[in-house]
Design a protein around this ligand. Structure first.
Ligand code: G1P
Ligand code: ZN
Length: 545
């Protein structure tokens, strides 16, 4: 069995977005498409010779096939060692954990996150560096350049497949493959972060009922091991626990619309005290208290305010970070704790340098992503355990923890309106026009609200000094409301416009409004400012979070 060069040509637009390269399965099945991107990873990162890699994915359709192809390519590129999750499975945070624990040179994760799977669904691939985190902006740029310059890739002249379902050592050509239990190391790591004895006691309390919805995605085996086996939650606490190639035909997207079964159980005959769900690759989380949904922006703020109660953070926090469109709830906590709060562009990669430098230990995004320095990815189950640890420690239900937080810090009402699959040209023109108008906006009135300031977000990494421009248009109104508009970097069909809206409320009598109602004046002002519906030919947003 020896390496062969296969001639190929660049595919236009193989540009990784916010979280790797994500396309319909049909595109990934075009001859050479997957291979070009994988070869580009090697070409852009100094080649595969002598390297070690972690490999695994969320189990969606094409995962197993892609694993075999990547193994052959890795061997042909001279990779020395691959740590592979059994069955080709690894959640994104578990992959990050393995890269760090076994000090590999990086990892390749196969996932299109919360996008639907199956032959008609999406597939994705991302590269993580040796710190366990998503490739930095500069590495991502080099990978893209390599995809556009490629003329051949390397693979083996064999159709031999590796038995990826059998744990233990294997060989392919000169490459050593270690097939590992995808769950064990990650579960061990989480057990060092939290008070498992206290959580176990909470779960044993007959009055505390919870449900975790794995949405037929990768977290099923993780949640079963951690919640049901190690923490002793009742069998059946984890629902939809078997990973399926098409996620049972659903979107593995933990929000109120897609986690319908969980929502129904929360409000069923025997209402639950706590509910949670995670996405396709296990990095997102949704947390539900009885009768209400805890916005991820509030969740991050509550974690920051209570971190000292959790074993991993007993010594306090050096700083925190949030993505720019995330509400400023955590900023208020950081100010009270007198620690820095960094504001980064959308996407987890920007947190990595801050975590590596020890400037922050906790960070999050409005898009159901929360995490800490135990790995370099957002981590769904970690967030769930944080909440359980907090409920156990405070001996109070999630609902009252949330209310008390608002009473102390005020409430940042937040919502995100997504316009999906819109015409790319129309979306680009909308953004360009608004960008051109930004300097003239201050002082102008829209829907009764006066613009206080307007700009386009740019970020200079305080650790590396690298600057990222074009990270979202921001309009601040004089009533304290803020609107952010940006185009998604993860969509696979047309363009997705995201409109983020937030507004601060201190009045204790006004803390329990419906967010859409509380934000109605701001929503109207943005519509008057941009005419989104007219320009995109839509009646309204496709998804409201
Ligand atoms: C979306 C989210 C972003 C998240 C990313 C990967 O990216 O908005 O916060 O980091 O998915 O999970 P977008 O489609 O907005 O570029
Ligand atoms: Zn994800």
């Amino acid at each position: 069995m020896s390496p062969v060069r296969v001639a190929t040509r660049p595919f236009p637009g193989q540009k990784p977005g916010t979280s790797g390269l994500r396309k319909p399965v049909a595109v990934f099945r075009e001859p050479g498409y997957l291979e070009n991107f994988v070869q580009a990873i090697f070409n852009a990162t100094g080649g595969g010779e002598g390297r070690s890699l972690v490999l695994g994915g969320d189990g969606r359709f094409f995962n197993r096939e892609a694993v075999q192809r990547i193994l052959r390519m890795a061997a042909a590129n001279g990779v020395r060692r691959v740590i592979l999750g059994r069955g080709g499975l690894l959640s994104t945070p578990a992959a990050s954990c393995l890269i760090r624990k076994y000090a590999t040179d990086g990892g390749i994760i196969l996932s299109a996150s919360h996008n639907p799977g199956g032959p008609e669904g999406d597939f994705g691939i991302k590269f993580n560096g040796d710190n366990g985190g998503p490739a930095t902006e500069s590495v991502t740029g080099r990978i893209y350049t390599a995809t556009q310059e490629i003329d051949h890739y390397l693979t083996l002249d064999t159709a031999q497949t590796v038995d990826i379902d059998c744990e233990g050592p294997q060989h392919l050509g000169g490459m050593h493959i270690e097939v590992v239990d995808p769950v064990g190391d990650y579960a061990d790591l989480l057990s060092t972060q939290f008070d498992f004895a206290a959580i176990g006691k909470l779960l044993a309390n007959p009055r505390f009922h919870m449900c975790f919805d794995a949405m037929h995605a990768v977290t099923g085996p993780y949640a079963r091991e951690i919640l049901e086996q190690r923490l002793g939650a009742a069998v059946g606490t984890v629902i939809n626990a078997t990973p399926l190639e098409d996620f049972g035909g659903h979107h593995p997207d933990p929000n109120l619309a897609h986690a319908a079964e969980l929502v129904a159980r929360m409000n069923g005959d025997a209402p639950l005290a706590f509910g949670a769900a995670s996405d396709g690759d296990g990095d997102r989380n949704m947390v539900l208290a009885s009768g209400l949904f805890i916005n991820p922006c509030d969740s991050l703020a509550i974690m920051a305010a209570n971190a000292h109660r959790i074993p991993a953070f007993a010594g306090g926090l050096p700083g925190v970070a949030r993505s720019m469109p995330t509400s400023r709830a955590v900023d208020r906590v950081a100010a009270a704790l007198d620690i820095p709060c960094y504001e980064t562009p959308t996407g987890w990669k920007f947190f990595g340098n801050l975590l590596d430098a020890g400037r922050i230990r906790l960070c999050g995004e409005e898009s159901f992503g929360t995490g800490a320095d135990h790995v370099r990815e957002k981590d769904g189950l970690w967030a769930v355990l944080f909440w359980l640890n907090l409920i156990a420690e405070l001996q109070r239900p999630a609902r009252s923890i949330l209310r008390e937080h608002w009473l102390r810090f005020g409430r940042d009402y937040f919502t995100r309106h997504d316009y999906e699959g819109v015409d790319s040209g129309a979306a680009d023109a909308l953004v360009e026009d608004l960008r051109a108008r930004l300097p003239a906006l201050p002082g102008q009135v829209f829907g009764g609200l006066t613009v206080a300031s307007a700009d386009e977000f740019a970020y200079t990494d305080p650790v590396t000094g690298e600057t990222s421009v074009g990270q979202g248009l921001r309009v601040q109104f004089s009533n304290g409301g803020r609107a952010v508009l940006r185009l998604s970097g993860t969509g696979t069909a047309g363009a997705t416009l995201r409109v983020y809206l937030d507004s601060y409320q201190r009045d204790p009598a006004l803390l329990d409004m419906q967010p859409q109602k509380a934000l109605a004046p701001l929503i109207a002002a943005v519509e008057a400012l941009v005419d989104i519906r007219g320009r995109l030919q839509r009646e309204g947003p496709d998804v409201i979070t």
